[in-house]
Design a protein around this ligand. Structure first.
Ligand code: PHE
Length: 342
């Protein structure tokens, strides 16, 4: 090979290298080009370098210089292309600057949790403490001690889920009343949130598992006035100044019993589909603790009296946040929860 032939081959590699490097679209493509051009094993430039000894000794220096300058040029091209590929310039094909930024994912407290916490805060200010009880409960605590006669229709109403002979998934939080009275002497003021279970259909207003909050106050000389005053105070604190009313009701464990309604929070009393045009929404069941219940729990019913209530925080969350279907509360869809989160 002659020197001019050698130089021509070297500059041919330089020209071709320029095209190859420019054509590389990503890091892998660029690496391919680099290997083909200067790769130690079979790169075109090292291959040409191997031909060096075939030149007459006095021409080798100049040939070597040609190789070096091509090598340097190729390295520069590769470096520049590498830099261009890693910093993608914001050109209008790759980034739409008018697009809204993606929001950061944020966890959210569940509306039912928010409601339970808020209710607890209101009653805590009134001197109530928290008492918890088991979700797997004996029939005695769930029914018998609460004055349910053995074949009372209320048992049907509760559509009980049985775990075992005499053991149920509690159908309400009222058994915690009994457990609390067994363990503590009056005065008693407790609030008991927890999950309850009923064999219900899962529809817009029923769920087979639901939260309840039980309240219990026992002392000497406690009357229905205390019940009414406390629960009215609660409604005004929770909903903001609101109308309330008590309607007679029935529970085996309270006598007399009453359900409390608040003015419909959606239409403020004028009537809407949310309140079935009544202008009212029921939020809790309550009553004076039946003397038989006090006795069953070991409290002297001659000396002490008390009242209790039970309310459903899911229902209250639906009222407060205008949620039309209880099932939304069980989907845990963050897009929904975030709208209510605080
Ligand atoms: N336990 C009743 C229910 O689940 C509610 C209630 C509790 C009523 C306490 C009166 C007193 O429906």
């Amino acid at each position: 090979m002659t020197l001019s032939e050698f130089q021509r081959l070297a500059s041919g590699i330089a020209d071709e290298g320029e095209k190859l490097v420019a054509a590389a679209q990503d890091a892998a493509g660029l690496e391919e080009a680099r290997t083909a051009l200067v790769g130690r094993k079979a790169g075109r430039l090292p291959e040409l370098m191997k031909q060096l000894p075939s030149l007459p000794p006095e021409e080798r220096k100049e040939a070597g210089a040609a190789i070096n300058s091509v090598k340097q040029k190729l390295e520069e091209l590769l470096d520049a292309r590498r830099a261009a590929l890693t910093t993608t310039a914001p050109d209008d094909r790759s980034i739409d600057l008018t697009m809204p930024a993606r929001r950061r994912w944020k966890g959210a407290r569940h509306p039912v949790t928010l409601v339970i916490d808020e209710i607890q805060d209101i009653f805590r200010e009134l001197g109530f403490t928290i008492a918890l009880g088991p979700e797997a409960e004996t029939e005695w605590y769930n029914f018998t001690a609460l004055n349910f006669p053995p074949d009372h229709p209320a048992l049907d109403m509760h559509d009980t889920l049985y775990l075992d002979e005499g053991v149920v998934l509690r159908t309400h939080t009222s058994p915690v009343q009994i457990r609390t009275m067994q363990k503590n002497k009056p005065p008693i003021r407790v609030l008991s949130p927890g999950n309850c279970y009923r064999r219900d259909f899962f529809d817009a207003s029923h769920a087979p598992m639901f939260a309840q909050i039980e309240g219990l106050a026992i002392d000497e000389g406690v009357s229905f006035v205390d019940l009414k005053g406390t629960l009215t105070h609660f409604a005004n604190k929770f909903f903001g100044k609101t109308k309330t009313r008590f309607r007679p009701s029935f529970f085996p464990f309270t006598e007399p019993s009453a359900e409390m309604d608040v003015e419909c929070q959606l239409c403020h009393g004028s009537g809407c589909p949310g309140c079935k045009n009544t202008g009212w929404m029921e939020i809790l069941g309550s009553g004076m603790v039946h003397p038989r219940v006090l006795t069953a729990a070991g409290i002297d019913a001659e000396r002490y009296s008390g009242w209790a209530f039970g309310m459903g925080p899911a229902r209250i969350a639906m009222l407060r946040y205008d949620i039309p279907d209880i099932r939304i509360l069980y989907d845990s869809d963050v897009r929904f929860l975030e709208q209510i989160a605080r």
